[in-house]
Design a protein around this ligand. Structure first.
Ligand SMILES: [Zn+2]
Ligand SMILES: [Zn+2]
Length: 156
């Protein structure tokens, strides 16, 4: 078995991850709680190196999970039941009464158009994502709003 203890307790302090890599590693852990069978996405809202809220994608709390086994719960080819990870992070901050103005969003992927609009209006200023898919309208609106977007390449 491969020894992974060094990843948990770095012996060499110089080998510590960057803040971006650190929060993205947390986002990967958050994504493991996703309940949509099509995709597992994690998100974290961070300000001044502190996590304000996290979210993963899935059906609203207390409701049955998506069931896409026979092509169900879909609308126009997309999951119709899940709330997106970014939206759930925003909602979690709202439930706790935490301002996310000026925050950075870390997310498994770049935001869709709806999430981009919500993040702009919530005052999020920077978005760091790992996996990319083309959504020119979302990127265009983020650019127009002055929100920085940065892709953090996956760890090997
Ligand atoms: Zn789903
Ligand atoms: Zn979205």
């Amino acid at each position: 078995m491969r020894d992974t203890s060094s990843a948990v307790l770095p012996v060499d302090i110089a080998g510590r991850p960057s803040w971006d890599a650190y929060f993205m590693a947390i986002v990967r852990a958050v994504a493991t709680r996703a309940t949509c069978s099509r995709r597992a996405i994690g998100a974290a809202l961070v300000k001044n190196k502190l996590i304000l809220a996290t979210g993963y994608n899935g059906a609203p709390a207390g409701l049955r999970h998506c069931d896409h086994a026979d092509g169900g719960d879909l609308l126009n080819g997309h999951c119709a039941r899940s709330t997106h990870a970014e939206q759930n992070a925003i909602v979690q901050a709202a439930r706790h009464g935490i301002s996310i103005e000026g925050a950075t969003l870390y997310c498994s992927n770049n935001p869709c158009l709806t999430c981009a609009k919500l993040l702009i209006n919530a005052g999020v200023k920077r978005i760091v994502y790992e996996d990319s898919y083309p959504d020119e309208m979302a990127f265009g609106m983020l650019r127009e709003a002055g929100v920085l977007t940065e892709r953090l390449q996956s760890a090997p």
